[in-house]
Design a protein around this ligand. Structure first.
Ligand SMILES: Cc1cc2nc3c(=O)[nH]c(=O)nc-3n(C[C@H](O)[C@H](O)[C@H](O)COP(=O)(O)OP(=O)(O)OC[C@H]3O[C@@H](n4cnc5c(N)ncnc54)[C@H](O)[C@@H]3O)c2cc1C
Length: 432
């Protein structure tokens, strides 16, 4: 039965998959990879932009080039939205929680929102170039970081280097495949020569010996490092595959996401000095158009233009404009009074956003570098922390900030609640 595009989108895709599916069907224009080349003249038309995150500020930046008059209403007292680097003196106020003020040392920071720019985010890269924001490589993958699985297996509750598990799992799976292919079970469509080539590849990929058996190699590190003279170094035996499996190290928490997922593949970048330098660069261009502390409460299309209601220190106000661009995140927009069509309204209510929580912990010593030789990258766990991120800047510096956890959904909700309940009693300045 032929299936319509609408039915496919309605039945066949989740909310998260709908966007790429619509792009693939040519129903949405993708964001341009390069600079916008907008044409026409704004003729001093007034555009109201809701939200001074990167989307709102980039819109104002481009429209001002064409001669539109832009006003940006921003609820917070700072621009950047989710692009937020926490450094000494940074403040944050959550509903029903006390004001938090970061007391990190000068020069120390962590990116509470986005921290990684994939090399294929060409538009972001373009703006960094156009606005003069220096970038540096973000080290997203580190074989020297750890896996830590809580549980009852032989490898549970201890730090295991990522490289050990990667090497062992690749080795065992390559061994199994090489043996199966050699016995002719999988090679129905392969010539003898092809079979041989695949076996050679699997031997290289898995680090197999001449008999196609996986034995530990230096890929998985040393228990005694090689040195001068006769010190060839000592390699530990591989972990047993059954131990890796029973310790949960082949569970989804430890899938090799960082190397395989398109948006996490190296090369990745970050803005030098904190991702908020990108927001600050935009603010430098459109800052005079931003009205801070203005919380939008209603958006109404009118026969001519649009009317927006907002609250600031002086109370409730209204503003009209010829056009409006709304960049308020959908779960927030969902609670704002508007007269959009029922289709648009349902779509706004329907899209879930992922919950996430990060904590930045300043340490007086970069022990992960000094003691463990971990420079950047991520340790993965199956516990409440989910991930620990090591800073990709100031290597070998004196102090540093670890992202002590970066978790999602239920774990994130639990930790956010806990932190907000305990925040007033935290001694933020205590050096750990
Ligand atoms: C923890 C985390 C990690 C992330 N990591 C990455 C990453 O590594 N790489 C990446 O590319 N992306 C990442 N993202 C996604 C990225 O941050 C967002 O896609 C991007 O910042 C969204 O920009 P925006 O302008 O659309 O929205 P926002 O930045 O959310 O801007 C919306 C603005 O609207 C304002 N606002 C909200 N309500 C109102 C109201 N009622 N009235 C007025 N103003 C209002 C907000 O204060 C905000 O300033 C991450 C996001 C998070 C939260």
């Amino acid at each position: 039965m032929p299936i319509s595009r609408r039915a496919f989108l309605r039945n066949g895709t989740s909310a998260l998959a709908a966007y790429p599916a619509m792009l693939a069907l040519g129903m949405l224009r993708s964001a341009p990879a390069h600079a916008f080349e907008l044409e026409g003249s704004g003729d001093n038309k007034h555009v109201l932009i809701l939200g001074a995150g990167l989307a709102g500020m980039a819109a104002a930046y481009e429209l001002q080039k064409l001669g539109y008059r832009c006003t940006i209403l921003e609820a917070r007292q700072r621009a950047g939205g989710r692009v937020f680097s926490v450094r000494k003196g940074s403040t944050n106020k959550e509903t029903d929680a006390p004001l938090q003020t970061a007391a990190f040392d000068d020069g120390q920071y962590f990116n509470a929102g986005p921290s990684r720019i994939p090399h294929h985010h060409e538009l972001t890269m373009h703006y960094c170039k156009e606005l003069g924001v220096p970038l540096q490589v973000y080290n997203n993958i580190n074989e020297a970081a750890y896996y830590f699985a809580e549980g009852n297996g032989m490898l549970s509750n201890k730090k295991v280097r990522v490289r050990e598990i990667h090497s062992d799992v690749r080795g065992y799976t390559a061994e199994m495949l090489a043996k199966a292919i050699d016995q002719g079970q999988l090679d129905a469509g392969l010539t003898k020569e092809d079979t041989q080539k695949i076996i050679e590849f699997l031997r290289a990929e898995g680090g197999l010996d001449i008999d196609k058996l996986y034995k530990a190699s230096d890929r998985r590190g040393f228990i005694e490092h090689p040195g001068a003279g006769d010190k060839a170094g000592r390699i530990a035996d591989p972990h047993r595959l059954s131990d890796i499996i029973s310790s949960g190290l082949m569970d989804p928490d430890f899938y090799n996401v960082a190397e395989y997922a398109y948006e996490l593949q190296m090369t990745m970048f970050q803005a030098v000095g904190g991702m908020d330098t990108i927001a600050k660069a935009f603010e430098g261009k459109v800052g005079t158009a931003i009205k801070f502390g203005c919380q939008v409460t209603a958006i109404h299309n009118q026969p001519e233009g649009v009317k927006v209601t907002y609250k600031d220190n002086g109370g409730e106000k209204q503003i009209t404009a010829d056009l409006c661009i709304c960049t308020i995140p959908l779960p927030v927009l969902s609670n704002i009074d508007h007269n959009f069509s029922s289709d648009v309204s349902r779509a706004i209510d329907f899209v879930p956003y992922m919950q996430t929580c990060k904590i930045g912990l300043q340490f007086k010593r970069r022990f992960w570098e000094e003691d463990e030789q971990i420079y950047g990258g991520i340790t993965h766990t199956n516990n409440e922390l989910a991930q620990i991120f090591y800073p990709s800047y100031d290597y070998l510096g004196k102090k540093g900030i670890l992202i002590g956890f970066y978790n999602f959904n239920e774990r994130a909700k639990r930790w956010a609640t806990w932190i907000l309940c305990n925040v007033s009693s935290w001694r933020w300045t205590k050096a750990v």
